[in-house]
Design a protein around this ligand. Structure first.
Ligand code: ATP
Ligand code: MG
Length: 299
């Protein structure tokens, strides 16, 4: 039996699309690390929370084996390795704690531009190339369609031109790769983004407490990511026309200036505070508009 670990270990991608944003997000939660010489391990300094830097495909397995407690990985990878999720009635191995708002993409079915797409029935008896056999098979099963799943580990989009398959099922973000290969997306099987994942089982008390602390900070960090503090002054009489213009603001703080009719307002805005919004507020009578970044928030 391995001794109980009193540190939390999080697996993140070593290099690739999710590597930088994952690290930046954890750093914004107040974590800092000392990196090992081989750059595979980051020892937590501010908190006993360490990072393991790995290939993204290895992250679900590391969580399932208990080598890591948490991981930041695309939902697509997590669900694929979870067997397309609850496929054979099996309970899921993983728990998605939070969606993190980066690494957005979708797992889509794409067919040649020349196809006159009518619906999934057209796939019957066809070969579909993919790196996501579990998710694709599960979807085909749900649709009641018998098709051949051709497993390819990469360059899935050229399979139709090479005659390996008639259709593909692959990750799409802008769709440019599909267009370049004379393919068109016709169905979305999964909306994906980076998620914080853990095992479906409970943590022991020590690591459970560390995980709770991290989740609380993460929620604060995720909330303020697009938040700004908006400050301005305005006469009290104009408030009814100004308040509806505040983008997704929480109840603003209102302070009286001197003993006149003038007010100073502060509002935490969660939507984008665009130039257009500021101009609208100014036209409606706001003065001294100022937008400030929010460094931290603990609800
Ligand atoms: P690794 O070397 O870690 O195995 P990788 O090449 O498998 O890296 P990346 O290309 O860095 O992985 O993609 C990681 C994740 O980024 C994907 O699993 C997916 O969740 C997300 N992602 C977002 N947009 C795209 C896209 N257009 N194509 C592929 N993945 C995308
Ligand atoms: Mg990978």
């Amino acid at each position: 039996n391995t001794p109980v670990r009193d540190r939390l270990r999080i697996a993140i991608q070593k290099s690739g699309r999710l590597a930088e944003p994952a690290r930046a997000l954890l750093a914004s939660c107040g974590l800092s690390w000392r990196e090992s010489r081989d750059r595979l391990f980051c020892y937590g300094e501010s908190l006993p929370i360490d990072l393991l830097l790995v290939r993204d495909d290895d992250i679900p397995g590391l969580i399932a084996d208990g080598v890591c407690d948490l991981g930041i990985v695309g939902r697509n990878v997590l669900l694929e390795q979870d067997g397309g999720r609850s496929g054979n009635g099996r309970p899921s191995v993983y728990r998605e704690w939070r969606a993190l708002g980066f690494g957005g993409c979708r797992l889509a079915l794409a067919v040649p531009d020349s196809w006159d797409w009518q619906g999934p029935e057209q796939l019957a008896g066809k070969r579909i190339a993919t790196s996501y056999p579990a998710l694709l098979s599960r979807w085909l099963e749900e649709q009641g369609i018998a098709a051949d799943v051709v497993l390819l580990s990469g360059s899935v989009e050229i399979a139709p031109r090479l005659g390996q398959a008639e259709a593909i099922c692959d990750l799409v973000s802008s769709g440019a790769t599909l267009t370049a290969n004379q393919l068109k997306p016709v169905m979305t099987l999964l909306e994906s983004e980076a998620v914080l994942a853990g095992p479906s089982t409970e943590f022991d008390p020590v690591r459970g407490e560390l995980a709770d602390l991290l989740l609380r900070r993460l929620d604060g960090a995720l909330r303020i990511r697009h938040s700004k503090l908006l400050m301005f002054q305005a006469p009290r009489s104009l408030l009814p026309s100004l308040l509806p213009l505040l983008p997704d603001a929480e109840a603003p703080t209102v302070m009286r200036l001197d003993d006149g009719d003038d007010l100073a307002l502060q509002a935490l805005c969660h939507g984008a505070v665009t130039w257009q919004r500021l101009e609208e507020l100014k036209r409606a009578g706001a003065r001294g508009l100022m937008v400030l970044p929010v460094e931290g928030m603990l609800a």
